[in-house]
Design a protein around this ligand. Structure first.
Ligand code: RUQ
Ligand code: CUA
Length: 659
């Protein structure tokens, strides 16, 4: 380690402390700028926002949908977490979405929302996001704003460097953050260097719902792989992954993983990998993982368990993986809109490193290798360097681009966003962020086409002391919106976010707002327990299981009186919403239910299990205010002792039916 780096390291805690204590300044747009800022973010009542922003919910396991520039929250989409508001993960239809080889998992730490791409441009079809803790990648359908697919990633110890789609969403990538024994085995932790490995996973099927699968994995040395980005334009066909802990230590990483001057960015030629797969140069490895898929035909998810993966070993596959030396534990790796520049944010480095893709190809051609690690050539640092931004700030994390030749990098420690030139590597502007910014997002700023050549930038902050009304020990997380259309960035707006805002992506509303599903056609409902008209409603007993085929329409349930249930029964309420109009969901809740409500969209069928423990007559009702007679939308279910022989009947008005 050189002395510069040592001193930075030593000053970290002090700087960090100062950041938190001194920056309680106003940080507002300032007297002159306030009305400008207000005008820029004001979306008048009845007007709509220009962009949808999809924000990671971090440890809430969800994605939240905001409007830009207003910062208004529209919706929370449950992905890896159960959500009682919508019944996701509680109703029978969506429970399989959360199945893994570890069992049913109602939570994950969601990190990086990434939009699907066509020719490197966000196409507005899908949003993908990774689950960090139990390695998974999910798909959200942007016509329904529902999570429709989740694939588990085997041979991984944490899915952080993910999902980062390739130019046409051919693949979603996933680098393992923690290296682990692969396959898992019972070994001493101290045998890390011999036994621990990392993997890069390439998930195919991103373009087509229901088709996500592990195309192949690449086994790599046991470093920590932190973040990724796929190439585009001239670098299409490649994906890049940062690493730290090339020291391969396993304890006190805050010290041990910072010893070497450089770690690596792995450059993976996935087209080459495809050739090796086609040639059969892979090893088939047993590996169990779940693939869960929800479809709006049956309004249900199913799980399939896969049993093996194709693994490529760099030693068997020359030309597939290279290491690009990059100073000091790089965190983000970001590829410029043309695909030429690969920015590595060395967290502990004084400078920001920019690699050149063309120089990288040339260095490969000329075999400018410093060494070879497990079949992976380490390219010469000087040979691939495009440039260095000197001392731009402290603790660089992530970079995005404006399409006008500028890059914007977040600095966690110095709490700022820094604008610099991709041609001169000069710092052009810096603006404080309050406080400790992690990711940043420019609509389209990670793609081949930043929208409007970059008009807004959103900083996603980890700490918000003094910015909002306090709320007990934990304060709101925050996003900050900047206007970047001019030479100087200007802070426009603070708005709180849900969970930790890891990353976000935004897309012009015009790309997706007209594709919204308004209701699911009843005639296409293939749910096995659907009642698509009131004449199909019924109650069926199979031993102690009772299936209620129920419908809802403003403003009643059919049936709304049920008798002949006994304690010890398991009652399945299969509720079909007969409405065919936009935005007319009905809710369903029955007294004492131990799961959640159902919130059933028009044309949809959802199932709630209720296990009555007590004798009596219990009300059920609609939990979503749906009409002037919403309060009348109610019913009763009678529960008799398990020994009783009350006949199973169901009724609506004067009509009484029995089994
Ligand atoms: S990364 S800690 Cu997105 Cu900066 Cu997760
Ligand atoms: Cu249906 Cu309220």
């Amino acid at each position: 380690m050189n002395s510069k780096n040592i001193s930075i390291l030593l000053f970290f805690p002090i700087l960090f402390f100062n950041t938190r204590c001194n920056q309680n300044g106003n940080g507002s747009a300032g007297a002159l700028g306030t009305s400008y800022a207000a005008e820029k973010v004001y979306v008048a009542p009845g007007e709509k926002d220009k962009y949808y922003a999809f924000m990671s919910g971090g440890y809430s396991g969800q994605v939240s949908v905001y409007g830009l520039p207003s910062g208004r929250l529209f919706r929370v989409i449950p992905v890896f977490s159960q959500d009682p508001e919508k019944g996701y993960g509680y109703n029978e239809e969506t429970k399989p979405m959360l199945m893994t080889t570890f069992g049913f998992i109602p939570w994950d730490d969601a990190h990086h929302p990434k939009l699907s791409q066509t020719k490197g441009i966000h196409d507005g079809k899908f949003l993908f996001i990774n689950g960090n803790n139990t390695p998974r990648v999910a798909r959200i359908d942007l016509t329904t704003f529902e999570t429709t697919e989740i694939i588990q990633i085997p041979n991984s110890g944490g899915c952080h460097a993910s999902p980062y789609p390739t130019e046409n969403t051919e693949y979603l990538v996933a680098g393992t953050r923690f290296s682990v024994p692969i396959p898992q085995e019972d070994v001493p932790i101290s045998s890390y260097k011999e036994n621990f490995k990392g993997t890069f996973t390439f998930i195919s099927g991103g373009q087509e719902p229901g088709k996500m699968d592990i195309a192949f994995q690449i086994l790599v040395p046991g470093y920590d792989y932190d973040l990724a980005h796929s190439g585009k334009g001239i670098s299409h066909g490649w994906s890049f992954f940062t690493s730290y802990n090339v020291e391969e230590d396993h304890t006190l990483l805050e010290k041990t993983a910072s010893q070497y001057d450089k770690d690596y960015i792995a450059a993976v030629n996935w087209k080459k990998a495809e050739e090796y797969i086609a040639e059969g140069k892979f090893r088939e490895m047993p590996a169990e993982y779940y693939h869960n898929f929800y479809t709006d035909r049956t309004h249900s998810a199913t799980s399939e368990v896969k049993k093996s993966v194709k693994v490529l070993i760099p030693e068997d596959c020359p030309g597939m993986v290279y290491y690009l030396p990059t100073p000091k534990s790089p965190h983000g790796v970001d590829v410029s809109p043309t695909g030429e520049y690969i920015v590595g944010s060395g967290k502990l480095s004084a400078d920001l490193t920019v690699h050149s893709f063309e120089k990288m190809l040339q260095a490969i051609e000329e075999e400018k290798f410093d060494q070879v690690i497990d079949g992976i050539p380490v390219l010469n640092y000087e040979a691939i360097l495009a440039g260095v931004v000197q001392q731009p700030g402290l603790g660089p994390l992530h970079t995005e681009f404006d399409g006008r030749g500028n890059a914007y990098t977040t600095f966690f420690i110095s709490s700022e966003v820094v604008k610099w030139s991709l041609s001169t590597y000069e710092v052009l502007d810096r603006q404080p962020s309050y406080y400790s910014v992690g990711h940043l997002m420019i609509p389209g700023g990670g793609s081949a086409k930043p929208w409007e050549n970059g008009e807004y930038l959103v900083a996603l902050n980890k700490i918000t002391k003094d910015r909002y009304l306090p709320t007990g020990p934990e304060l709101a997380h925050s996003a900050q919106l900047y206007d970047i259309s001019g030479d100087k960035m200007q802070l426009l707006l603070d708005f709180p976010t849900i969970g930790e805002p890891h990353y976000a992506q935004a897309i012009p509303a015009s790309v997706i707002e007209n594709n919204q599903v308004q209701a699911f056609p009843l005639e296409e409902n293939e749910h096995p327990y659907a009642a698509t008209r009131e004449s199909e409603t019924k109650v069926e007993r199979q031993g102690t299981e009772v299936h209620v085929y129920m419908t809802t329409i403003r403003s009643h349930f059919a049936p709304d009186n049920i008798e002949g249930i006994r304690t010890g029964d398991k009652v399945y309420f299969h509720v079909t919403n007969l409405e065919q109009d936009w935005d007319v969901p009905h809710g369903f809740a029955v007294m004492g239910n131990t799961n959640a409500e159902l919130l059933i969209m028009p044309g949809q069928t959802e199932t709630l299990i209720w296990e009555p423990k007590m004798v009596g007559v219990f009300p059920f009702y609609c939990s979503d205010f749906c009409s002037a007679l919403h309060q009348e939308m109610q019913g009763y279910i009678r529960v008799s002792p398990s020994s009783a022989n009350v006949k199973l009947t169901w009724a609506l008005g004067d009509e009484v039916f029995e089994e």
